[in-house]
Design a protein around this ligand. Structure first.
Ligand SMILES: Cc1cc2nc3c(=O)[nH]c(=O)nc-3n(C[C@H](O)[C@H](O)[C@H](O)COP(=O)(O)OP(=O)(O)OC[C@H]3O[C@@H](n4cnc5c(N)ncnc54)[C@H](O)[C@@H]3O)c2cc1C
Length: 508
């Protein structure tokens, strides 16, 4: 055996990042690489991170995770998008849905035809040409193997890690309970050689994945990799979270409600609702945030509110020596577009592609880091867009966001949309043209022009085209059951999830 060969992989940390990594790596590399995960129940996990985006389904499919089994185990509901409330002027709403808008041609995206129709007096909203948008608005849902509907999930984060743990252990991953007290490095190379637990147990490894959350025990506390702060653009740096009892049927979208110094989330699960208030500590105190959250939630709180501090930014290198940081240890943008779990999943997929079986080399490290950096920067820009493009100037927080200078690439994107409604999806970018378009229009950009190719379509053809799309979507929506009814018959949460709160039959 080559002395640099990677046979022993050690994952430090068992939150969502640790168990997502363990699940994928034990499944893909069973019999080739030993996967060991160390976690400390005493330290626990962050316990938030319950709203996801559609590529999670691809990740589950690659691992052959059965959707109904997963949803029953995690009390999951379906998510068709995000309802933004008050982001433009304090009173508006728009949905960033996961769907495709209308039908695009290769030369010109659909929203240009829609903008053209508006100048012709056609009365409609862009969302009327999107199945997922309309289904979300009507709180309806249905899926089947043939259905084209694009969706993600709301899931119970603490149960999801248990679900993934069971999956990983079936594929041979070993779990060790204990607190890491020391990280041993090679005196010459600085590579990590072993983790030493408080019990005295030593866990040796060839490659380490740091999933220890914000503390970054290996990547930062040991390797001192450094962190790039994005706090001049993303000024929210705290959240206070609380879970409540459900007060009505679960809706198929996450609600994000802007307030004077940030925003509030509401994530409906089958057995409860996740709530949180995200805020900037420059403009709101922890006490005010907690009071505000408790005032605004609907339903009885079932845990004590908990303040979480975070630092928007990214680790200077996600991969340093023989340590790869995943999850919160690698950085965190902020939760507005629910991207963090997805970034873990792409990170693991990237690692599987570049896995250093024959030994760690700098070229692979550099490639991994370039891809990770560019992915995070594009997500960062998409999030900044929501804060920056707004008519709100009612508080110092919103004034700052409106007036701040944004990264150059984002400034150009905004300008191009303003000038000619041009949006695009860059290489290796998570968010599609439809996402950029919905958020740019939703936040209030009124493009001065649009693609003039649309004029090649006669008015009667344009009318037929739009009416045909709308009618077909309406027919599909009419046939759909309510989201809650679909969840109740497709994936009711297993009874052990409900604890004492399971409603009696007929009272869901
Ligand atoms: C306010 C907020 C809201 C969020 N909302 C979303 C969302 O809606 N959607 C989304 O995709 N993401 C969201 N995220 C991000 C999401 O929560 C994380 O990406 C995800 O939970 C992964 O966390 P983690 O596993 O990296 O860290 P953690 O959950 O903190 O896990 C760290 C692990 O390391 C272990 N550990 C630490 N130190 C030691 C030690 N010394 N010895 C042994 N073990 C140790 C801990 O026990 C734990 O198991 C949110 C984050 C925040 C802060």
């Amino acid at each position: 055996m080559n002395k640099n060969e990677v046979r022993k992989l050690v994952i430090a940390g068992g939150g969502t990042a640790g168990w997502v990594a363990a699940a994928a790596l034990s499944y893909k590399f069973q019999g080739i690489v030993d996967v060991t995960l160390v976690e400390s129940e005493e330290i626990g996990t962050i316990g938030v991170g319950e709203s996801t985006i559609p590529p999670i389904r691809t990740f589950h499919r690659l691992l052959k995770i059965d959707e109904q089994e997963f949803m029953r185990a995690t009390a999951a509901t379906f998510k068709l998008g995000i309802l933004f409330e008050g982001w433009r002027d304090g009173h508006d709403t728009y949905i960033h849905s996961f769907g495709t808008l209308g039908k695009s041609t290769w030369a010109c995206d659909f929203h240009h035809f829609w903008l053209h129709s508006q100048t012709k007096g056609f009365q409609s909203e862009l969302g009327e040409y999107c199945l997922e948008y309309q289904a979300a608005k009507e709180k309806k849902f249905a899926t089947s193997p043939q259905s084209p509907i694009n969706y993600a999930y709301h899931l119970d984060a603490s149960v999801y890690t248990k679900f993934l743990r069971g999956f990983s252990e079936r594929y041979g991953a070993k779990r060790i309970e204990g607190k890491i007290k020391e990280v041993k490095q090679n005196s010459e190379s600085g590579f990590i050689e072993a983790l030493v637990l408080e019990s005295g147990q030593t866990i040796e490894g060839d490659l380490f994945i740091d999933c220890t959350g914000f503390r970054g025990l290996l990547i930062e506390q040991t390797l001192q990799t450094g962190y790039q702060d994005w706090d001049k653009w993303l000024i929210c740096d705290r959240a206070v979270a609380v879970q409540t009892e459900s007060t009505g049927p679960a809706v198929p979208y996450t609600r994000v409600i802007a307030h004077e110094a940030g925003w509030r989330w509401k994530i409906p699960l089958q057995h409860r609702v996740g709530n949180g208030l995200v805020y900037s500590s420059r403009y709101m105190s922890d006490q005010d945030a907690t009071d505000k959250l408790l005032r605004e939630i609907e339903g009885k709180a079932i845990i004590e509110p908990r303040v979480i501090r975070f630092r928007p930014g990214q680790r200077r290198k996600a991969w340093n020596k023989n340590v790869i940081a995943m999850g919160l240890s690698s950085g965190f943008v902020e939760p507005l577009e629910s991207t963090s779990i997805q970034v873990i999943m792409t990170g693991v997929s990237r690692l599987i592609h570049l896995f250093p079986f024959g030994g760690v080399t700098q070229s692979f490290i550099d490639q991994y880091n370039d891809d990770a950096r560019s992915e995070m920067e594009k997500i960062r820009d998409f999030i900044i867009l929501h804060y920056h493009v707004t008519d709100r100037d009612d508080t110092a927080f919103w004034k700052y966001c409106r007036e701040m200078e944004v990264p150059e690439a984002l400034a150009r994107r905004i300008q191009m949309f303003k000038e000619r409604a041009h949006a695009w999806q860059a290489d290796n970018e998570l968010f599609r043209v439809d996402s950029w378009t919905q958020v740019m229009l939703g936040q209030g950009i009124a493009p001065a022009h649009y693609h003039q190719m649309t004029r090649a379509m006669s008015d009667s053809d344009l009318t037929r085209f739009l009416e045909g799309l709308r009618a077909s979507i309406n027919r599909s929506i009419e046939r759909m059951p309510s989201h809650q009814d679909f969840v109740d018959q497709y994936c009711p949460a297993s009874s052990d999830i409900w604890g004492a709160r399971k409603p009696s039959v007929g009272n869901a």
